[in-house]
Design a protein around this ligand. Structure first.
Ligand SMILES: Nc1ncnc2c1ncn2[C@@H]1O[C@H](COP(=O)(O)OP(=O)(O)OP(=O)(O)O)[C@@H](O)[C@H]1O
Length: 596
């Protein structure tokens, strides 16, 4: 909702109000109570001083219109003596202390509530976007917004609330001092307002710089993610040096912007104190020389106003802190908007089980001008194994993505037992899908957690864990580890081989109790002995799962029920292995090339 990002207090108020609701108002009410108690406590100084001067009898002629307070106290029959005034001050300030405690606590609660809600909202949005939408977002932008910008948001909301509190304090003190001495306070208020104009230029610059820092953060994160992901390659090829230069460029840009912010801060910090003193001196001089007036009321107004001016300094500081973090609001609002447009459509029908078949009917898909699939038709009967083969880029993975509901075809449909996939709740469908990708997914956690996806280590889960570990021929490996199933696998499975990674990911899908298994070149990084073992396992699974295998190694699909050969998005031929060898020269060539 924040799109124009002026230095507009109300616009931001609406933004925060839309998230935290009445909590924001309540926090401001608490500030009003605290400042009113403080102002009243200070106002009691004057009758106190006069009471000392008048030997115990309080007078109120120096309080300006604040004498109503004293009148009210007298009205309820409270004797205004030195003792009662002192006691009232103690009570007022003690109560103020207590209310301040409540206020600070409550504000911390509002910040906590805001941050929790914001973070949950972001996670929900990420969870609900479509895969196709996700491919359009950059990893750096996601990471930077979800981690660094959210941190800045927390700084911003804190500063904003403190700003509101300081604003309430300021208004209260100004009101009190106006009551004490109208002319004097008005002069001070006008002068203070004028100085604010000077600062508004600086705030504008701060705001622009803040957004630039957020954008740079996106770039930095994108480069960092890739540096970590491709570290081995960059190191082995000595590209790391060149890459570091790029990283340092982004770092230098960000630091230069931070320096700019620090420079603006130093200007405002340096100017504040002398400016206040100058205003006060000039106004006191004008009041005393030309306007005259009761010295007592000037002193009271001065005390109140000096406090108010201090809050003006604090106010400006909070606003500055807030403004220098507002880039995050803009950045996060932008990514939230983008994610809202990418929400995945979910049908209402819960997927229970596949009874007959998955049918791909006349499916076409294009990416820009690139036609990836053309009127493709595929049938995957329940509990049968179907394989896609074809050259790189022929559309095998795209087809599998469509079957998993990750991308929608431009034309045609996927039918589950005759019902369109679009009618189903995709989450319920995917709960029944196991996916073993080309790049095995390994979490930096124990073998047990990797396979069970953080299931409780109950006796039943343990039993099942060891069963699937045995099934993927990892039992010996796990048992040979010092910490057995609790052995950590490192980032991206750094501590195990490519083949072991794939077996762990196969084990995870088996543990999940799926009924549809999609294997995307799952055997590509295995040595021939392991490849044979996995092939045997696939065959063992044959008949138990509805399986879709995307294979380059034709040895693994020798015994599947049906093979589809894809070429430039068209199914050129299908049949079982023997059939294909006999009827397709292309397939025969592929088989010969692999020495089968
Ligand atoms: N997100 C995307 N945006 C644009 N084009 C894409 C996208 N994903 C795939 N393509 C294009 O679609 C075509 C088919 O890709 P796909 O990954 O389905 O082929 P494949 O047969 O699985 O290839 P490989 O065997 O190399 O994995 C390719 O030309 C690819 O460039």
């Amino acid at each position: 909702m924040i799109s124009k990002y002026g230095n507009n207090l109300l616009q931001y108020f609406r933004y925060y109000y839309s998230i935290v609701g009445n909590k924001l108002l309540f926090s401001i009410c608490l500030s009003i109570i605290v400042s009113a108690l403080d102002g009243l406590g200070l106002a009691m100084f004057m009758p106190f001083l006069q009471s000392v001067a008048n030997e115990g009898k309080a007078a109120n002629d120096s309080m300006g219109n604040l004498h109503y307070v004293i009148d009210a106290i007298k009205g309820i029959g409270f004797p205004l003596t030195l003792g009662s005034i002192l006691a009232t001050m103690v009570i007022l300030f003690s109560f103020k202390g207590f209310m301040r405690y409540v206020e600070v606590n409550y504000t911390a609660g509002v910040v906590y509530f805001f941050m929790k809600k914001l973070r949950h909202k972001l996670v929900n949005k990420l969870q609900n976007i479509s895969y196709r939408g996700f491919t359009k977002l950059e990893a750096g932008i996601i990471q930077n917004n979800f981690i660094a910008e959210v941190q800045k948001m927390s700084q911003a909301v804190r500063s904003y609330l403190l700003y509101c509190q300081a604003m309430v304090m300021l208004i209260t003190y100004v009101s009190f001092s106006l009551l004490a001495n109208f002319q004097f306070a008005l002069l001070l208020a006008v002068s203070a307002g004028l100085t604010n104009l000077l600062y508004s230029r600086i705030y504008k610059k701060l705001q622009e710089t803040s957004y630039k820092i957020s954008e740079n953060g996106n770039n930095f994160n994108a480069y960092m993610i890739q540096a970590v992901h491709y570290f081995k390659y960059l190191k082995a090829t000595n590209y790391l040096g060149t890459y570091s230069v790029k990283l340092k460029e982004v770092i230098d840009n960000t630091e230069a912007l931070s320096k700019k912010i620090a420079r603006y801060n130093s200007i405002t910090m340096g100017l504040k104190e002398p400016m206040i003193i100058l205003i006060v001196v000039i106004v006191v001089y004008i009041q005393a020389t030309w306007l005259g007036g009761n010295l007592g009321s000037i002193i009271l107004s001065l005390i109140l106003f000096y406090r108010a001016l201090n809050f003006l300094v604090v106010l400006q500081q909070y606003w500055q802190n807030f403004i220098q973090n507002t880039g995050s609001i803009r950045s996060i609002t932008k990514i939230e908007k983008a994610m809202s447009k990418m929400v995945e459509f979910q049908g209402a029908k819960e997927f229970d089980t596949l009874r007959k078949e998955i049918a791909v009917v006349d499916v076409s898909l294009t990416y820009g001008k690139n036609t990836v699939l053309q009127k493709t038709n595929i049938i995957i009967p329940q509990k049968q194994t179907v394989a896609f083969v074809g050259e790189s880029g022929s559309g095998k993975t795209s087809l599998a993505n469509i079957i998993m509901g990750l991308i929608n075809p431009d034309k045609g449909t996927v039918l589950l037992d005759g019902i369109s996939l679009t009618e189903y709740n995709l989450d319920s469908y995917r709960k029944r899908i196991g996916y073993i990708s080309q790049d095995p997914v390994i979490f930096n956690d124990s073998i047990f957690n990797n396979v069970t996806f953080w299931a409780e280590p109950t006796p039943a889960n343990m039993k099942r864990f060891w069963e699937v570990i045995d099934l993927v021929s990892l039992k010996e490996f796990v048992e040979s580890q010092e910490q057995k199933e609790l052995t950590k696998l490192g980032d991206h499975g750094l501590l195990i081989s490519g083949g072991q990674k794939q077996r762990i990911s196969i084990a995870r899908e088996m543990f999940k109790n799926v009924e549809i298994l999609v294997l995307d070149e799952a055997t590509s990084a295995l040595d021939s002995e392991t490849e044979l073992m996995i092939q045997e396992n696939i065959e063992k699974l044959h008949g138990h799962y509805t399986m879709l295998v995307i294979a380059h190694r034709l040895s693994t699909i020798k015994n599947v029920d049906k093979i589809y050969l894809l070429d430039k998005g068209n199914v050129v031929i299908s049949g079982d292995f023997e059939n294909m060898v006999q009827n397709s020269d292309k397939f025969k060539r592929m088989v010969a090339l692999q020495g089968l």
